[in-house]
Structure formats: structure tokens, C-alpha cells
Design a protein around this ligand. Structure first.
Ligand SMILES: *Cc1c(COP(=O)(O)O)cnc(C)c1O
Length: 404
């Protein structure tokens, strides 16, 4: 038997023991949506995350949503009134964000290898370009862009984060000691300097590590501002707030992060007195709202091991198969949707329908008994699910998505 991650506490069972998603029994929702595989995103869970963020953080801290975590338009529609801006990493994300939130909504565009905004890029002109290099500044200022922030490659990283960034040679951001010179070039070109962006890492469950990284970021921003002699209108402190995916993971203590950030900002150097601060989050906002529902199409026993074969797979939920940057395969939280809250009865492996041994969604987990036709729910599917998976691989049925 292998352990699985914790089922998010937001989800309850109906009187007849079915997983509830919003006001829906999972089987009813699947029927209403026309079948499986289905990603269901629970709006109430997102609203609660945002409420928790606002309660914990100092009022002066703005909240942005990193669209790459999940760009599903109905989800963006849900988030737009709840957050203070969207962070984008592609032209398509920008178009979606503008369709949903309008051109006046605060948008910033980060990432290496950005597409040119000109000559047909009029729609992009209000977007803040988070520069990843000096070359990018030349390209965009000649293309007519007028609003720039500088992404800083910091001399530190977010300790223990899922993806190490910072303190290293990097395709992301300008090395911190070259930032003042680039800011001067922006100012000399007569363009608008929106400020600094520091992203030190992702998927951290350690409040201490995030607190330390935020302190270091504020200090670094002050150092750069002093070298230039100008106050940055905005400093984006990054994010990196993680969620529990695996056995032994505990939720991030966001109250502790907020209290420490309040102290850090209260004591900030004078040059940052009029600066706005932003935190950008993807998975912490939407990861736990999402459930991937897939149906058992075969139940087989091979050399004593029971397999539940489902109609979904890693082409929709690559991360649950352990193939999205994980070093070791570990089990996401899973459940039998029609027996939610029942005691586990048997050890099974849930495998997808792709013809590859990589397509394991849950390995040797204890579940209530499931038969052909039953629904399997995979949790923590709201971020880096469908759009972070190789959907075209093996030309299987497409997944549906719905916000409830
Ligand atoms: C990916 C990314 C995020 C979102 O990361 P999460 O782990 O989903 O919160 C935020 N900012 C930048 C610059 C990113 O590249």
C-alpha cells in the first residue's frame, strides 16, 4: 500500500455518500455536463481562498492571479472581480484575459521569448511588460511599448520550493546587479517604469522560507531603487505559495506569512514608502478548487494486483502521473466519488487509458470498492491540469471543464 495526499477539507459528502462539488452530487454534475472526463472547479473554494488571503495580508498588498495555472475562461471570469490583476505569459492568455476582464484591467506579461506586440499589437499597449533581458527592452521599446517593469534575477532563491529559481544563471529576469542600469535606460527613453518583479520560486509550504524570501525581496528592491535614485511605483514580491499534494504535506500557514509581511513593510526603507506591493499566485488560489472526474471502464487483476482502468489519464492530468517535473512519483489525493467518506476496502492502482506504462493516476492506494461505471475523483486538479498536459498524445477523447 502507498499513501496518498490529503483530500482538501473543502469537499463534503451528500447524504447518500456522494462527493459534492458546489451544489452538485458528482454523478449528477457529470451527467449534466455530458460525461467524463470532466474537470469541475468549485467557485466557493476560490472565493474562500481569496477571503483568506485578504484577511491575512496587509491591506496595501495587491493580489494578482497567474493565468498560466489555469486559463479556463469561466475561471478567469470568476477570478476577475476577486483579484487586482492578471499576470500573463503568452499572447493567447492576454487575449483571454482582455476578453474576460477588459483592457483596463491591470495586466502584466512575463516570460522569456515574448511575442512582438507590434505592428498589430495595439491591444497590448496598456499591458506592463516584465522585462526578462536588456535585449527585450530594445525590442519592445522600438515596437512601441511604453510600460515596463524589470524582472530581477535575485541573488537568492525560495528555499525548499518545488522549482528552484533565483541565485542561479537563469533565462528569467535580469541579474540583480545589472538592473539599475536597465532602469536608467527605461527612464532615459521616456518610457513608464512600473517597477520591479522578483519571482524566487514556486510550491513552497514553508512559511519561514516565504517570509525570508519576501524580506530579502523588499531589501533588494530598496537597494536597486537607491542605486537608481527613484521610487518604484510597484514591487511584485512573487508568490510561491504551495498547496498540499502528497502524504505528509501540510497547508501553508498564510496567517504567519501575512503577519511577517506586515512587519517587513512597516519597517521598509524610506525609498519604498510610496511603493505598491503585489503578490502573484496561481496554484494556491485555484489548485484545490479543481477535481478531475474520470470513469472506470475496466477492472482487472494481474498477478495479484487490482487495476481500475479509467477513461481519462495523463493526457489531461500529467502532474498526477508524476511526470510534470517530479523527481519521485507520489500519489495525489483520490476518491471513489460515489463512496466519498466510506472506509477504504481494497488496494488498487488507477491507470489511465493511454497505451503507455507512464499513465498511472494512483498507485497501490486503499479505496472503497469501485466497479466499472463508477467515478474516480482526483483532487488538486485546479492548477496545472488540462493545459499543462499533453492533450493530443494518443488522440483520446477531450476533457470537459466547468465552473460550479
Ligand atoms: C508560474 C508563475 C507563477 C505562478 O506560480 P504558482 O506556483 O502557480 O503560484 C507566478 N509568477 C510567475 C512569474 C510564474 O512564472
Amino acid at each position: 500500500m502507498k499513501a496518498m495526499g490529503p483530500v482538501p477539507a473543502d469537499f463534503q459528502a451528500s447524504a447518500d455518500n456522494c462527493l459534492m462539488v458546489g451544489d452538485w452530487r458528482a454523478p449528477d454534475l457529470v451527467a449534466e455536463q455530458g460525461g467524463t472526463p470532466l474537470f469541475a472547479y468549485d467557485k466557493a473554494v476560490i472565493t474562500e481562498r481569496v477571503r483568506r488571503f485578504r484577511a491575512a495580508m496587509p491591506d496595501a498588498v495587491k493580489l494578482h492571479y497567474a493565468v498560466k495555472a489555469n486559463p479556463f475562461p469561466d475561471l478567469l471570469q470568476t477570478l476577475a472581480p476577486l483579484v487586482d490583476g492578471f499576470d500573463l505569459a503568452s499572447w493567447k492568455e492576454m487575449t483571454l484575459a482582455q476578453e474576460v476582464a477588459g483592457r483596463d484591467f491591470p495586466l502584466s506579461f512575463a516570460g522569456p521569448g515574448k511575442p512582438d506586440f507590434a505592428p498589430d499589437g495595439e491591444q497590448a499597449m496598456g499591458v506592463t511588460v516584465n522585462l526578462e533581458s536588456e535585449g527585450e527592452f530594445e525590442r519592445f521599446v522600438h515596437g512601441g511599448s511604453n510600460r515596463f517593469a524589470v524582472r530581477v534575477n535575485p541573488p537568492f532563491g525560495l528555499k525548499g520550493s518545488g522549482m528552484k529559481m533565483g541565485g542561479l544563471a537563469s533565462p528569467f529576469g535580469v541579474d540583480h546587479d545589472r538592473v539599475p542600469a536597465l532602469v536608467r535606460r527605461i527612464l532615459e527613453a521616456g518610457a513608464e517604469w512600473r517597477g520591479l518583479h522578483v519571482y524566487a520560486g514556486s510550491q513552497s509550504l514553508s512559511a519561514a522560507a516565504i517570509i525570508e524570501s519576501q524580506r530579502a525581496t523588499v531589501a533588494l528592491a530598496a537597494e536597486i531603487a537607491e542605486a537608481v535614485g527613484v521610487t518604484p511605483p510597484e514591487v511584485n514580491l512573487g508568490g510561491g505559495f504551495g498547496i498540499p499534494y502528497f502524504a505528509g504535506d501540510d497547508s501553508l500557514d498564510i496567517v504567519a506569512v501575512g503577519a511577517a509581511l506586515r512587519e517587513t513593510l512597516d519597517q521598509r526603507p524610506a525609498i519604498l514608502r510610496d511603493t505598491r506591493f503585489v503578490i502573484e499566485l496561481g496554484r494556491w488560489l485555484v489548485g484545490e478548487c479543481g477535481i478531475y472526474l474520470t470513469r472506470v471502464v475496466d477492472r482487472k487483476v494481474s498477478r495479484g494486483k487490482t487495476f481500475l482502468v479509467v477513461d481519462g489519464g495523463l493526457h489531461h492530468m500529467l502532474a498526477a502521473s508524476g511526470n510534470f517535473g517530479q523527481l519521485l512519483r507520489r500519489n495525489y489525493p483520490v476518491a471513489v466519488a460515489g463512496r466519498f467518506g466510506s472506509e477504504p476496502e481494497e488496494e488498487v492502482s488507477v491507470v489511465g487509458c493511454l497505451c503507455t506504462p507512464l499513465d498511472i493516476l494512483a498507485d497501490e492506494v486503499m479505496l472503497p470498492r469501485a466497479e466499472v461505471g463508477d467515478l474516480i475523483a482526483i483532487f488538486c486538479a485546479g492548477a496545472y491540469g488540462l493545459t499543462a498536459s499533453p492533450q493530443a498524445f494518443l488522440s483520446q477523447k477531450a476533457a470537459r471543464e466547468v465552473v460550479v
